[in-house]
Write a protein that binds this ligand. Structure first.
Ligand code: NAI
Length: 721
């Protein structure tokens, strides 16, 4: 009796396996599925009346791959690379049994087939793929730090050739049906409702149940091995591209290259063993754990609104008001209209509001130039954005986002004017990046309805929204704000109010550290490159130019005024002051740490050397890498200690998705676990001795290290402390 698929045989001697894994949103490879398939294969092999097999799915999708929730815990359970390779060996054995069961097997791929799902199909002798708009196939394991470990690396190259197959696996790209057919990954396309019939038609031809690589004289299409110049070229280019795009921080693409290079020169079963060996190394390592835990499991939880207060009915924003049609207001208008929301975009002049709407028009035009979307759809979206200067148009709004200049008095004024018009139930959200929400809420007559929704620029591309709960924000307001973020299909993190909240506060330590390095006489190019080497998308000096030095300076001045004696001058602040005095205020103002010559790439401002002479002896880049990674992680611990962050996963997600903390670390708190708490604390002591007390480990972290309490719960250990 199988539980993960229906197994039926008919009078014609065709057995049909119809995948339907219970309790999962899509078909996934579970231990039960493996047992079921193993048993079914024995029956198929033994039963003389079975002449052929069709594998298909009862769901909309064929199969989505392995259950990452099982895999994500391997590292934390202390698995050795060899034990971890066992996952791959078991599947390889199972799929190999399918391939060599003596009966022809056809995959009727009725929908999406990814990872282990596609690998199942690749182990069949024939593949018919549904030709429908949303259907894709691919081996995206690299995105979670793994490689295709169920024969994918070896079968794909033997079907499509190394030159075609490698980039698909190294980039984890999904292919639409036509491309899959062209590359020889599937044999035939058919309308979804006909895939099973086509698979049966193939079986009716009486095909031999032998995979191409099990035939004598088989060669990898396009060749294999170092002696083949075309293939050698692919590996050379592949290595260079991987180094360029990952700075060698991600082990999976390198492991894929190795598994393919070695495996392509071996007999098939030995090749599978090589694949399993590399899979085990990846699964046992921390990077795969980091990527699976943060960007798959915890991101999934955040997207499904894990922090939403219970008992509040689900809401939808139908009409949204936006105050201020500048860079942020315009971006928020676009993503909201895209989600089907009617947007009232208000500014001080109609021209300014129209300029804000023009941003959506430009994005839509660009998309159409790339062949995405139609004029009719673009017009419909633009029709949802109403521009105005009249607050009366905000009547009937479910939510208002305030995105005027970063000035407390101005924000207070526009909030009061909006609240005079909107229904009493309306949520009012400020997009402030630095001003405490509780303070802004004082200008609101309904502070329980007031909340922070901190979007990131450019809004259409940045996936994160930092939701800031003020002291008087009601749980219902948080729930409704989260519902809106979900409507936009963005990822929310929920933080408590504080100066700079979580993300602005943490990225401030990164830019300050860069400025401190400059003051120490470290070469500006080394500072920037070290950050990239760590995996940050841009260096701290370039980030400062984007944010503008002027804004950084204003934020610090505001903090000084507000905090009085408690104010702590950020490290590197002298550098900022000098730059301001020199009129080097940032990119928008014509130049900061960089010059921005018209039509040319930006370049570091040569004047930096006269103010901060470059020391003769430069530190190794690894020291700088460490300083960047540690300083943000330490600030994240302080945010957790102060209750700004209430769940470690929010710090991990916020740091990666909002402010470019390197993804391979799993986020700022996961990085500490990656180093190991004790080792991290010891390194902090060393850094504090050489660079100052800002690197001292907080007491809470020392206590965690001593007690062995981690940020994220170990598998089976309940909740995190
Ligand atoms: P911006 O300067 O591009 O736009 C501000 C807009 O507000 C302008 O169009 C201005 O005409 C309008 N405005 C000013 N007074 C107004 C009033 N009385 N009524 C209606 N509209 C008025 O500024 P930006 O960059 O869009 O920032 C807006 C807010 O978003 C600020 O609080 C900022 O701190 C925050 N923020 C900015 C980010 C960024 O990367 N620029 C990121 C996240 C938040």
């Amino acid at each position: 009796m199988t539980t993960t698929f229906r197994f039926e045989t008919d009078a014609a001697g065709i057995a049909t396996i119809t995948l339907d894994v219970p309790g999962k949103p899509v078909n996934l490879i579970t231990p039960e599925f493996q047992e079921d398939l193993a048993a079914a294969l024995e029956q198929i092999a033994a039963d003389g009346s079975i002449r052929g097999v069709v594998i298909t799915s009862a769901r909309r999708d064929f199969m989505a791959g392995a259950d990452l929730k099982d895999l994500a815990t391997a590292h934390d359970r202390g698995m050795s690379a060899d034990e971890a390779a066992g996952f791959s060996r078991a599947l390889n054995q199972l799929y190999r049994r399918l391939e060599t069961c003596g009966k022809p097997v056809a995959a009727a791929i009725n929908g999406l087939a990814l990872g282990g799902g596609l690998e199942l199909a690749l182990a069949c002798h024939y593949r018919v793929l549904a030709d429908a708009p949303k259907v894709v196939v691919g081996l995206p394991e690299v995105k979670v730090g793994l490689l295709p470990g169920a024969g994918g690396t070896q079968r794909l190259i033997r079907l499509a050739g190394i030159a075609n197959a490698l980039p698909l696996m190294v980039e984890g790209r999904h292919l639409p049906p036509a491309e899959a057919l062209k590359l020889g990954i599937v044999h035939e396309l058919a309308p979804p409702e006909q895939v099973v019939a086509r698979a049966r038609a193939w079986l009716a031809t009486g095909p031999e149940p032998v995979a191409p690589w099990d035939r004598k004289g088989f060669r990898v299409p396009g060749g294999a091995g170092q002696q083949n110049p075309a293939v050698a070229q692919v590996f050379m280019a592949g290595n260079a591209l991987v180094a360029k795009s990952t700075w060698r921080n991600f082990p999976a693409p390198v492991a894929i290259l190795s598994a393919v290079y070695e495996g392509s020169q071996l007999p098939f079963d030995k090749a599978l063993a090589v694949e399993s060996k590399y899979f085990g190394k990846l699964l046992a390592g921390p990077v795969a754990r980091n990527l699976m835990r943060t960007l798959f499991i915890n991101k999934g939880l955040a997207d499904s609104l894990a922090r939403r207060p219970e008992g509040v009915p689900t809401s939808r924003v139908g009409r949204l008001g936006i105050l201020g049609a500048g860079m942020m207001g315009a971006g928020i208008a676009y993503v909201s209209a895209q989600a089907g929301i009617t947007v009232v975009l208000l500014d001080t002049t109609l021209e300014a509001a129209e300029r804000g709407k023009g941003y959506s028009r430009r994005l839509l035009d660009k998309a159409m130039q790339r062949g995405k979307g139609t004029q009719a759809a673009a017009d419909e979206l633009l029709g949802r954005i109403l521009t105005t200067t009249d607050y009366a148009d905000l009547a009937g709004c479910d939510l208002v986002v305030e995105a005027v200049f970063e000035q407390r008095d101005l924000k207070a004024e526009v909030t009061a004017r909006a609240e005079a018009v909107v229904p009493a139930s309306c949520v009012v959200a400020s997009n402030t990046s630095t001003l405490p929400i509780t303070g802004l809420a004082q200008a609101s007559k309904r502070p329980a309805n007031f909340i922070g929704l901190h979007f990131f620029s450019p809004v259409d591309r940045m996936p994160l929204v930092e939701v800031i709960v003020g002291r008087r924000t009601a749980p219902g307001t948080l729930a409704r704000a989260l519902d809106y973020v979900a409507q936009l299909k963005k990822t929310p993190i929920v933080v408590n109010d504080s100066r700079g909240f979580y993300t602005s506060r943490v990225i401030g330590t990164f830019t300050s550290e860069g400025q401190a390095m400059l003051a120490e006489g470290i070469a500006p190019a080394l500072i920037e490159n070290a950050a990239k080497l760590a995996g940050f998308p841009v260096g701290p000096l370039a980030v400062s130019d984007e944010v503008t030095l002027e804004l950084q300076w204003k934020i610090t001045r505001q903090a000084e005024q507000d905090l009085g004696a408690r104010f702590q001058r950020p490290v590197g602040h002298d550098v900022l002051e000098t730059m301001i005095a020199l009129g080097r205020l940032g990119r928008r103002q014509g130049g900061g740490y960089y010059d921005y010559p018209e039509g040319q790439p930006k370049r570091l401002w040569p004047g930096l050397a006269s103010h901060w002479p470059v020391r003769e002896e430069q530190p190794p880049a690894e020291d700088l890498v460490k300083r960047f990674l540690f300083i943000e992680a330490l600030e994240s611990v302080r945010c957790l200690d102060e209750g700004v962050i209430t769940h470690p996963a929010d710090a991990d997600l916020g740091s990666i998705l909002g402010i470019g903390y390197p993804a391979w670390t799993g986020g700022a708190l996961s990085w500490i676990e990656t180093v190991g708490l004790e080792a991290f604390v010891a390194e902090c002591a060393r850094l504090a001795r050489s660079h100052g007390p800002r690197f001292r480990a907080p007491r809470s972290l020392k206590a965690r290290a001593a007690a062995g309490t981690r940020f994220h719960p170990l598998p089976g250990a309940g909740r995190a402390a």
